[in-house]
Design a binder for this molecule. Structure first.
Ligand code: NOJ
Length: 544
């Protein structure tokens, strides 16, 4: 097997709670996923990333693990997981599991023991500190807002949690933590996993407790980045982890908080042997407030330049932590179909391994619930409180929540136009988007011009052309604020993707007659290309 086989993948991310419910308890499960494997295969993808399915009290929907080797009964059993792995492998696809090792749940046995006293077998498994003047040890804030410290009477100490109180951070200075976690990683490798998406991994080593920067006014995310992200020992630990991955030929993608391309390079260059690629985390509120086509182009270019000879990119616009891509970057109304296809083209025709987040392939849109109680996400609720504390009115704060909520991406998958969108026969854990009557898999399977059928073609073109997987990238119309265009070149082969990433009509000066059209998001039968681009029009060309 080539040692860069991860460049030949197109990964489909499943958020199990919201994918398919087989036992009609309103929550998605493993049997539900198994029943949809042929659907996933029909997208032509060749890998599946499963967000956490482990035992958990679900304070952060499974990113709070209380037992690393057990499947939560909410999702099924370890046997069901084995059946799922077999089903995925039988169809020629790879399995990527989520690995959450910056923190556990406060219901993990390690934490329960650790909280009992200062001198037991697990007492140093977490990060404990004495209070100062009867208060928290310092002013650190958690990513989800509020103090990053929580008091435990039995120890008369505080523990650190960079995420919710229910997610205490592991103490990676303890050799026992390292050994136990590394053993667990090996155990999953032995169980047939082909890759890991490694959660919040840039935070393993914390700053000294006397480091107390001034509070920024963005939520705790930027605070945590400042205090704990990318410290030297974190990189050393990742290198050790990588050795285990290499032993098993397992691929890895790290979820990291970075503030520059140089930092991204550290995690995802080949030569440093950390991850094969990284998912840079941008807090939704920052992304919603600051993104633009020009910024997107500049960021892609900067990360390409730094990694082009020595690394790979996780290419994605969506996941369970972001608003829906067509609502955020495209137009979920008049140009819904065209902009969803344009975004897909941009992602899948760039260098790097493409990721599709469930529902993106049918153009699922943000969910705009009418009441805060309809939201489930802990981050959304804390964000509401943060906005109120910053002086916003309830109406303003709620409007912001609707835009940034991670629940936008977590509403149930829309399979058909029956009640609850065919996801479940019972009231789902999170409300279904009302537009399921129009936006659903069944309707799109039967429509040759659908977003779904477009994705199938696009993925197949990507995977069957070496130049699209490994070719060089050259930007075109670099300074245009609306035209997003680039070439992919390998040997004699040359592909060009040109898109009008705007609602206006644009005229593009390009020698179209030297190229044939492979894909057009308006009219797939179009064999020639005019130089007038309609709103959100995008084409893939091949040099004759
Ligand atoms: C990143 C995960 O993607 C997110 O969903 C989670 O809340 C945090 N890490 C904490 O694990």
């Amino acid at each position: 097997m080539k040692n860069d086989w991860y460049k030949d993948l197109v990964v489909y991310q499943i958020y199990p709670r919201s994918f398919m419910d087989s036992n009609n308890d309103g929550i998605g499960d493993l049997k539900g996923i198994i029943s949809k494997l042929d659907y996933i295969k029909s997208l032509n993808v060749n890998a599946i990333w499963l967000s956490p399915v482990y035992l958990s009290p679900f304070k952060d929907n499974g990113y709070d693990i209380s037992s690393y080797k057990d499947v939560s009964p909410v999702f099924g059993t370890n046997e069901d997981l084995k059946e799922l792995f077999d089903g995925i492998h039988k169809r020629g696809m790879k399995v990527i599991m989520d690995l959450v090792i910056n923190h556990t749940s406060d219901e993990h046995m390690w934490f329960k023991e650790s909280s009992k006293s200062k001198d037991n077998e697990y007492s140093d498994y977490y990060i404990w500190a004495d209070g100062v003047d009867g208060k928290e040890p310092n002013n650190w804030e958690s990513c989800f807002g509020g103090s990053a410290w929580c008091y435990v009477e039995a120890r008369d100490q505080y523990y650190l949690h960079l995420f919710s109180k229910g997610q205490p951070d592991l103490n990676w200075k303890s050799p026992k933590v390292k050994k136990d976690v590394f053993d667990m990683v090996r155990w999953w490798c032995e169980a047939g996993v082909d890759g890991f998406r490694v959660d919040a991994i840039s935070y393993l080593e914390k700053a000294p407790f006397d480091y107390s920067p001034n509070k920024p006014n963005a939520m705790g995310y930027s605070f945590c980045m400042d205090i704990c992200s990318g410290r030297d020992n974190t990189h050393s630990l990742i290198k050790e982890l990588r050795k285990i991955f290499d032993e098993y030929n397992v691929m890895s993608v790290g979820e990291v908080s970075v503030s520059s391309p140089e930092e991204l390079y550290k995690y995802s260059s080949d030569s440093r042997k950390e991850f094969n690629m990284a998912i840079p985390f941008i807090p939704p509120v920052v992304e919603v407030d600051t993104w633009s086509v020009s910024k997107m182009k500049a960021d892609i270019k900067a990360s390409y330049e730094i990694l082009k000879e020595d690394g790979c990119w996780a290419r994605f616009l969506s996941n369970h932590d972001k608003p829906r891509q067509v609502s955020l970057y495209g137009d979920d109304k008049e140009y819904w179909k065209e902009s969803a296809k344009l975004l897909a083209m941009i992602t899948h025709l760039l260098p790097g391994t493409p990721f599709i987040y469930q529902g993106e392939e049918i153009g699922m849109t943000n969910i705009y619930y009418s009441d805060l109680n309809q939201y489930n996400d802990i981050d959304t609720k804390n964000f509401f409180d943060h906005e109120i504390a910053e002086g916003k009115s309830e109406a303003e704060a709620f409007k912001r929540c609707q835009l940034i909520s991670r629940d936008n991406a977590r509403s149930p998958m829309q399979w058909n136009d029956t009640k609850y969108a065919g996801f479940s026969k019972n009231n789902p854990w999170l409300g279904v988007n009302e537009n399921y009557i129009k936006i659903n898999v069944k309707a799109e399977e039967n429509d040759s011009t659908s977003i779904l059928n477009f994705y199938k073609k696009l993925v197949s073109i990507r995977l069957s052309n070496e130049a699209l997987k490994r070719g060089k990238l050259e930007f075109l119309f670099e300074n245009s604020p609306t035209i997003f265009a680039y070439k992919r070149v390998l040997g004699e082969e040359e592909f060009v993707c040109i898109s009008n990433f705007s609602e206006s009509i644009e005229t593009i000066d390009f020698p179209f007659s030297n190229y044939s059209v492979l894909l057009n998001n308006y009219d797939e039968n179009l064999l020639t290309q005019s130089n007038t681009f309609k709103p959100y029009e995008a084409v893939l060309l091949k040099r004759k």
